[in-house]
Ligand binder design. Structure first.
Ligand SMILES: [Zn+2]
Length: 64
């Protein structure tokens, strides 16, 4: 069983039932993780706070 990278609590994940893109939450610390891969299982922490991406508005530089 996978463990929470944050608090090392065992995550209640059914390996047969999770799919890529699923979001699972750690019952112990409440951190949410997105399943980014299932073989092997790979979790990416879901950030609750939305980061400001100012760079998004500066992508229109023209290349000569
Ligand atoms: Zn946790």
């Amino acid at each position: 069983m996978p463990t929470c990278p944050e608090c090392e609590n065992s995550l209640d994940i059914e390996m047969d039932e999770v799919e890529e893109g699923d979001v699972v939450a750690c019952e112990e610390c409440g951190t949410e993780f997105e399943v980014v891969g299932v073989e092997p299982l790979e979790l990416a922490r879901v950030e609750a706070e939305i980061e400001e991406e100012d760079d998004l508005f500066n992508t229109e530089e023209e290349e000569e």
